[in-house]
Ligand binder design. Structure first.
Ligand code: 2PG
Ligand code: MG
Length: 429
């Protein structure tokens, strides 16, 4: 292997899929290898997430990142020069120490993560390996079951429906490529059905159809109809995954479902969701309750945790300590892993390890503000997360990740193991 110490770090401002600025960093190693990564950004964020550093002010709605870019090019570049890029833990520790805050607000999680990821890419490239193999070794061959959005809602679609993500999962598919084939048909069928019903209003932030439904249940009915129209058996071949993103419309045990004109208590939410689980082929529900509703999470997990996957996103913010607490209290049974919720790869991997210890399933996840960066696909395979969520089946920043996974599955050839339904231990179709 060539010299893997960091020679040069350079960041620039690039643009994400919402037309907002974000940070791209190049890491050059002494031996000549280069790595590049771009930080994504969320819209429905948990309050416990690491913080992006944004300039504020008038330009670009306050979202500019010139300070974060400058932090990479000065403070961080100086501090990491000479460090070995193959020692991710030492590099990330240096970044954490340099920032010195609990949530990376000084240097910005957007600055820090771009360096953490770019260094991993550089190290992989120095060893002549794809990133997933560099991270996971020769045994990294588990191809994730995708959760793919069909309709967007909540903060990603002008709150036209309250629920944020209506997704499909294809646990009966034999390969990742086949899961995409099936989803492509469902996505198309859903668009046609909505067009015919006059309920199609464009595409949302993650590429899902932007719906104009009159109730949240109409979205579920349409999704089931789309699965059927595409020629599949709902509940046998293809199931539904929801991201309720309940923190967006609930707090202090009250939930305001604007579309349905209802205000529900925690108990009311649990009743509504368990009713949906009985009536629709639901396999997975993310953030069913608000991030502050720990008791609600515990109660819902008791009520439905053996029937569906219950995912903590805003609730757990990819944080190892929060996950440990949740496991002790038996709240949720699956954790979403978003590297920018923590700010370094090492901290996110730590959460992945805790999940394995506690028996929680894991889903590697992109953000609603994305770019052509495909790191998340490699993390899913390298860390063996078993599931992957990167949005819908349209828009380049989404398709870049699905397409990268197709390449990985192909490169692994006979070694590739598609996770399929095996990752849904608690649910059956
Ligand atoms: C989520 C993500 C992706 P955001 O809530 O899971 O769908 O959205 O990046 O806006 O937090
Ligand atoms: Mg979410």
């Amino acid at each position: 292997m060539t010299d893997t110490s960091i020679a040069f770090v350079h960041a620039r401002r690039v643009w994400d899929s919402r037309g907002r600025p974000t940070v791209e960093t190049d890491v050059l190693l002494e031996g000549g290898a280069v790595g590049r990564a771009i930080t994504p950004a969320g819209a429905s964020t948990g309050s416990g997430e690491a913080l992006d550093l944004r300039d504020g002010g008038i330009a670009f709605g306050g979202y500019d990142v010139t300070k974060a870019v400058a932090n990479v090019n000065t403070i961080i570049a100086h501090a990491v020069a000479g460090l070995d890029a193959t020692d991710q833990e030492a590099l990330d520790e240096r970044l954490i120490e340099l920032d010195g805050t609990r949530n990376k607000r000084r240097l910005g999680a957007n600055a820090v993560l771009s360096v953490s990821m770019a260094a991993a890419h550089a190290a992989a490239s120095a060893g002549g390996q794809p990133l997933y193999r560099y991270l996971g070794g020769a045994d990294a061959a588990l191809i994730p079951l995708p959760q793919i959005q069909i309709f967007g809602g909540g903060a990603h679609a002008g709150r036209r429906v309250d629920i944020q993500d209506f997704m499909v999962m294809c646990p009966a598919a034999e390969t990742f490529a086949q899961a995409l084939d099936w989803t492509a048909e469902v996505y198309r069928a859903a668009g046609k059905l909505m067009e015919a019903a006059g309920s199609l209003a464009g595409v949302a932030d993650e590429g899902g159809w932007w719906p104009s439904f009159s109730t949240n249940e109409q979205a579920l009915d349409t999704l089931v109809a789309a699965i059927e129209r595409a020629g599949f058996r709902p509940g046998e071949q293809i199931g539904i995954a929801l991201d309720i993103a309940a923190s967006e419309f609930g707090a202090n045990g009250r939930y305001e479902l604007a579309l349905d004109g209802k205000e529900l208590t925690t108990e009311g939410m649990i009743e509504m969701l368990t009713g949906w689980i009985d009536r629709y082929p639901i396999l997975s529900i993310e953030d069913p309750l608000a991030e502050d509703d720990v008791d609600g999470f515990v109660a819902f997990t008791r009520a439905a945790g053996d029937k569906v996957q219950i995912v903590g996103d805003d609730f757990l913010v990819s944080d190892a300590d929060r996950l440990r607490d949740a496991a002790i209290g038996k709240a949720a049974n699956t954790v979403l892993l978003k590297p920018n919720q923590r700010g370094t790869l090492t901290e996110t991997l730590d959460t992945r390890r805790v999940a394995a210890e506690c028996g929680y399933a894991t889903i590697a996840s992109a953000r609603s503000g994305e770019t052509e960066d495909v790191t998340i696909a490699h993390l899913a395979v390298g860390w063996g997360t078993g599931q992957l969520k990167v949005g819908s089946f349209a828009r380049g920043e989404r398709m870049a990740k699905w397409n990268e996974m197709l390449r990985i599955e192909e490169a692994l050839g006979a070694k590739a193991r598609f996770a399929g339904g095996s990752v849904l231990g608690r649910s059956s179709l």
